[in-house]
Design a protein around this ligand. Structure first.
Ligand SMILES: *Cc1c(COP(=O)(O)O)cnc(C)c1O
Length: 395
């Protein structure tokens, strides 16, 4: 064949890496088009087990590698990846709820899940109720034939009450016909196995914001939805394919890079967080510290029941009522090593003040006062403690 033009040559160049070439990183495959071998291959193609190697939107070997690793982290069999933690929440609710159905949501749920249930799902004829995650008896009374999905979160966002998981799951099982979905961003697959919380007790779906621990770099947004049951996975995959959730494979690579250090980071941040939470509880300006490992934190007994080894890098301090919102803001501004902003589980520590008076519907289980939620990063504990002590002294 005569020599082709430079552009044609570059597009159709025959060089391929030799068979068997290998390295530790899984490699980054990017594609919109997935090439079929020939027309017979094209015509015969049938998606199997949710692995749709037919179009880049559904994934490439890079994202399927990540999905397989997240499934194994969660103790699951199947995993769907989505572009954010919120997209994972939405996939579950939109994928499973139909007009006339009702969803039950814990009162301390992640804020965006609350707003989804309160204002978005009603447009599709779906109703919602909030429940107190510490009161399995009260929860039982809310279950009706309309209840199709129950959200769980352990521990809850910001106030970190640990739910009565065993009691709530037993009530769902006794009622029948209810799918349970856990927002497992806090436990991240390290603190406990969501599908085997106690022998024979687990959730149907576990989703995570991979944005948090699995990425670990505070630089990627991504989410996952894991299941053990194939039929349930297929229902979610059906919604996934229709909603057009695609991922940038460079972002997928970033999360794959985070996974080998996930457990080490989780445990290091856990240790620093427990030490700082205990120290903070002893400070005269603080009425209460919320962290499931502290004995007077709401739901501590349920955290013990699930016999977990771990807790995430979050604690919240409730300031004594004499410190108003402006003073607490000044305390947060005075911190030098704590950034002010959302998300967490990255290298840098963060602090955010919250006024919870309007974001809880049910009874308040913690002390009155302004709340600051701390997310502890990977800095040295002594440096963080010194920073907190200096800012507290200015109060
Ligand atoms: C951050 C977070 C989410 C949402 O994740 P994004 O990737 O930021 O959309 C969901 N649930 C919990 C508990 C979270 O902390």
């Amino acid at each position: 064949m005569s020599k082709r033009a430079i552009s044609t040559d570059q597009i159709h160049h025959p060089y391929r890496a030799p068979e068997g070439w290998d390295a530790f990183p899984p490699g980054v495959f990017k594609a919109s088009t997935v090439l079929f071998k020939n027309t017979a291959d094209l015509h015969q193609y049938r998606p199997r087990d949710g692995l749709s190697y037919r179009y880049g939107l559904h994934g490439t070997p890079t994202s399927y590698t990540l999905g397989a690793r997240i499934a194994s982290l969660e103790g699951a069999k199947h995993c769907l990846l989505v572009p954010s933690g919120l997209a994972a929440v939405t996939l579950v609710s939109l994928g499973l709820l139909r007009p006339g159905d009702e969803v039950l949501v814990p009162d301390n749920v992640y804020g965006q899940n609350r707003y989804l249930s309160e204002s978005f799902l009603p447009q599709f004829g779906v109703t919602y109720k909030f429940y107190d995650p510490l009161d399995a008896e009260g929860f039982k009374a809310l279950l009706t034939p309309k209840t199709k999905l129950v959200w769980l979160e352990a521990a809850g966002s910001i106030t970190l009450e640990f739910p009565d998981l065993l009691g709530l799951l037993a009530a769902c099982k006794a009622h029948g016909g209810v799918i349970t979905a856990l927002d497992n961003t806090w436990g991240s697959g390290v603190a406990f196995n969501p599908f085997e919380i106690a022998p024979g007790v687990g959730v149907d779906i576990s989703m995570q914001a991979l944005t948090k621990y699995p990425s670990g770099g505070a630089d990627v947004l991504m989410g996952s939805v894991c299941t053990r049951d194939f039929a349930l996975h297929e229902r979610l995959n059906y919604a996934h394919e229709h909603l057009g959730y695609g991922l940038g494979q460079n972002d997928v690579e970033m999360v794959l890079r985070g996974l080998p250090t996930l457990e080490l980071r989780y445990r290091a941040q856990d240790a620093t967080t427990r030490a700082l939470a205990a120290w903070m509880q002893a400070q005269p300006q603080v009425a209460q510290v919320l962290h499931p490992a502290l004995p007077d934190s709401p739901g501590h007994q349920y955290w013990l029941q699930t016999s977990m080894a771990g807790a995430a890098c979050l604690f919240s301090a409730v300031f004594k009522p004499e410190y108003g919102a402006r003073q607490v803001d000044a305390f947060v501004d005075a911190l030098e090593l704590f950034g002010i902003g959302y998300s967490w589980a990255g290298p840098m520590s963060l602090a955010v003040p919250y006024d919870l008076s309007r974001s809880r519907n049910l009874s308040r289980t913690f002390a009155e006062g302004v709340v600051v939620r701390f997310a502890i990063g990977l800095e040295a504990e002594a440096d963080l403690r010194a920073d907190l002590a200096r800012a507290l002294a200015l109060l």
